[in-house]
Design a protein around this ligand. Structure first.
Ligand SMILES: *Cc1c(COP(=O)(O)O)cnc(C)c1O
Length: 409
């Protein structure tokens, strides 16, 4: 070996500037090298033009932060290792002992679990509110309420709440709001400016918008990541300070995977939306099904709120968007064992959590154990659409429904 290890590590060649390609480079670092001590002392980890340490950002993560902030219609973004970490980071930045947080009863389950676990242990109380009852949230706000979570639609049960009303109530009372925008993905509606057409109101939405980038932005079912987007610099810094103290970073290869998937997010979202609406409408006509829960279907809880927020003119006209996600309540004559057999009989729909990737997924839920009040007797199954051909998915569902009919006692 003619080289010493030192020559391999400190070789003078550096790649020339001026290389340009559709995809950005992947910069991986824990250590960031400073040109001199003055730079080391003067760079501030909060500034995007000054790299200090891998946990505080690299060109790859800063780029993804900028693009997610743009996707959500916000200004600043913090990246965390999962969607749940985004929820936790917002909670920890805003809440201290003696404070209270309000969470919709139909929120993403682990949000409630965190409140029941660590938050309760730290003397932070929570109340669950009925997201579909406009008066309920207002009645629960007290001087101790420091954060209100919003989510549209409800997780698994798909009720679309009057988001603009909830955000308005909180703003009037001076309470910070955080929206879990994983379903909308920054595409179906803008979490900071609610309403469409004549109903559009700038600044009428949430103060903080979080998203599980795990779902649509990643699009592959292979990345876990979350984002916390804001428009207010002081609020952003509060969240970023907590983020820095907790030591949460994301890997450069994962950030690159999301950057690679982002250009196709609108096309994928639209395709999965169309497939979901086609199959939701078809399932609604099948005798085994008592109700289909999909906010774009008339008769689904909160359909009018979805229409106001997610259709082009705010009144049901023009283009509209919804995630490729819906739930079905089976007729009460089917036992959970029979519905399990239906799920097992599906071949293209795979059994698995999460959504937003190319593979269609199915999960049976025991909703009675997840909600304070649940009006349905039948078993609920949640479907998420991938990118397979819709007719193949429909044939898969038809085959499994035939199995269900056979299992009938
Ligand atoms: C999946 C999901 C999350 C959590 O995302 P992870 O990356 O799996 O932690 C949060 N909120 C909603 C609405 C989700 O669907």
């Amino acid at each position: 070996m003619s080289q010493t290890p030192t020559d391999l590590i400190h070789h003078p060649y550096t790649p020339p500037e001026g290389f340009s390609a559709p995809q950005p480079g992947v910069f991986k670092a824990s250590t960031v090298i400073f040109p001199n001590v003055a730079a080391m002392r003067s760079r501030d980890w909060r500034q995007k033009n000054g790299y200090t340490y891998g946990l505080h950002g690299t060109p790859t993560t800063f780029l993804l932060e900028e693009r997610i902030a743009a996707l959500e219609g916000g200004k600043q973004c913090v990246l965390v290792p999962s969607g749940l970490a985004a929820i936790a980071n917002a909670n920890l930045a805003l809440l201290k002992t003696g404070d209270e947080v309000l969470i919709p009863d139909n929120a993403y389950g682990p949000n409630k679990a965190l409140a029941e676990g660590e938050l309760a242990a730290w003397g932070i109380t929570h109340q669950l509110y009925d997201a579909m009852d406009p008066a309920d949230l207002q009645a629960r706000i007290t001087p101790r309420t420091k954060l209100v979570w919003l989510e549209a639609p409800g997780s698994v049960t798909m009720e679309f709440p009057p988001l603009a009303h909830h955000a308005h109530v909180c703003r009037q009372k001076g309470v910070t709001t955080a929206l879990d925008n994983t379903w909308g993905a920054g595409l179906a509606f803008n979490g900071f400016d609610l309403g469409r057409g004549a109903r559009f109101q700038p600044g009428s939405g949430a103060d903080i918008v979080v998203q599980a980038l795990t779902k649509y932005p990643s699009g592959g079912g292979d990345v876990l990541m979350g984002s916390i987007v804001t428009r207010d610099e002081a609020l952003h810094l509060q969240i970023k300070l907590t983020h820095m103290r907790l030591g949460w970073g994301v890997g450069a290869n994962d950030a690159e995977a999301v950057l690679r998937a982002l250009p196709s997010i609108a096309l994928r979202y639209q395709a999965q939306d169309q497939a979901a609406r086609t199959l939701a409408a078809w399932l609604g006509q099948q005798p085994q099904v008592a109700q289909v829960l999909h906010p774009a279907l008339a008769g689904s809880p909160g359909h009018e709120h979805w229409r106001a927020l997610c259709t082009q003119d705010g009144q049901g006209g023009g283009a509209s968007l919804a995630a490729g996600l819906f739930s079905v309540v089976f007729d009460a004559r089917y036992t959970s064992g029979q519905v399990d057999a239906f799920c097992d009989a599906l071949k293209l729909f795979k059994l698995g959590y999460s959504w937003g990737g190319p593979v269609s997924l199915v999960v049976p839920y025991d909703v009675a154990s997840m909600r304070r009040a649940w009006p349905h007797k039948g078993v609920l199954v949640r479907f998420s659409l991938g990118l397979e051909a819709v007719q193949d998915l429909q044939a898969d569902l038809a085959g499994a429904l035939a199995v269900l009919a056979q299992t009938q006692a």
